[in-house]
Design a binder for this molecule. Structure first.
Ligand SMILES: NC(=O)c1ccc[n+]([C@@H]2O[C@H](COP(=O)([O-])OP(=O)(O)OC[C@H]3O[C@@H](n4cnc5c(N)ncnc54)[C@H](OP(=O)(O)O)[C@@H]3O)[C@@H](O)[C@H]2O)c1
Length: 250
């Protein structure tokens, strides 16, 4: 497929590299300037693009930038064809993104993104840690293949996203409409806990919306108590430990 990715940081970069490696035609854009973008694109094995060109002649557009920067894209995204599937990978963290009133008041994050961008989006690629995304993929049918959640209101768009998720080495689990996508936001049992399909479905069902923001901030507080940067295993262990029904790390 022809894919544009806005944001070439940790997540946008991993998605770009992996989708290009499975034969997709990937171009990338980020706001950090031409030279930085060209170097990053070379490193990822994809094409650098200008801001205007990133939305041209694509079937899928992946937005992978911090939540706080999403409003900066509203003018650009308004020009995107209705036929393009727009994917939102974002997670809202107040310590990083600041206070966004609607989100603080409990608006579902990707509903806010969709309203801010003025068009439908599919939420995906948000509930796996960078390490899982980069190294956790397995061939279809493999034992213990990690599952990724996605949500949105357009079934056909979700089928396309599900194919991309599988191409990256993960099973896809449809978590429902965009309004349901809080079930894989930070602070829920489905968020960055590296589960297989049956476990992820259970975790999506077990989430409690009113607890999520508190648990998200609690987890960040715990990570800040670490004397060194927490490892991938540390993060998984802590995330899973917040929810009694999640499997524990071995
Ligand atoms: N890290 C994780 O484990 C993880 C997992 C799943 C989802 N997510 C979510 O995915 C999103 C991206 O995360 P990340 O870890 O990849 O962030 P990151 O490493 O900080 O990268 C952010 C990227 O966004 C670009 N950017 C910022 N503002 C922009 C704008 N207005 N227009 C175009 N590009 C812009 C930056 O460009 P420059 O570098 O050129 O300045 C950078 O390439 C976040 O919402 C995050 O919460 C993160």
């Amino acid at each position: 497929m022809k894919i544009g990715i806005i944001g070439t940081g940790v997540i946008g970069g991993i998605i770009a590299k992996k989708l290009a490696a499975t034969g997709h035609e990937v171009k990338v854009y980020s706001s950090g300037g031409q030279q930085k973008l060209e170097e990053r694109a070379r490193e990822l094995g994809v094409k650098p693009s200008t801001k205007d060109q990133i939305i041209a002649d694509v079937e899928v557009l992946i937005v992978s930038i911090p939540t706080i920067a999403i409003p900066e894209l509203s003018v650009l995204i308004a020009k995107v064809s209705d036929k393009v599937v727009v994917i939102d990978t974002s997670n809202y963290y107040p310590f990083r993104d600041g206070e966004i009133e609607d989100l603080k008041n409990g608006k579902v994050e990707s509903v806010w993104v969709s309203e801010t961008l003025g068009r439908p989006v599919i939420k995906a690629f948000n509930n796996l840690l960078a390490h899982s995304l980069e190294y956790g993929g397995k061939p279809e049918g493999a034992k213990d293949r990690i599952a990724m959640a996605m949500s949105g209101d357009d079934q056909q768009a979700k089928e396309i996203v599900s194919t991309l998720i599988k191409d990256m080495g993960f099973d896809a689990v449809d978590a429902g409409t965009l309004a349901d996508s809080w079930r894989h936001q930070p602070g829920t049992p489905a968020y960055c806990t590296e589960l297989v399909v049956a476990e992820l479905k259970q975790a999506l069902a077990d989430g409690e919306k009113q607890e999520a923001a508190h648990l998200r901030d609690y987890a960040i507080g715990k990570f800040m108590e670490f004397s060194a940067l927490p490892t991938h295993e540390d993060v998984l262990t802590l995330n899973r430990s917040l929810f009694p029904k999640n499997p524990k790390r071995h």
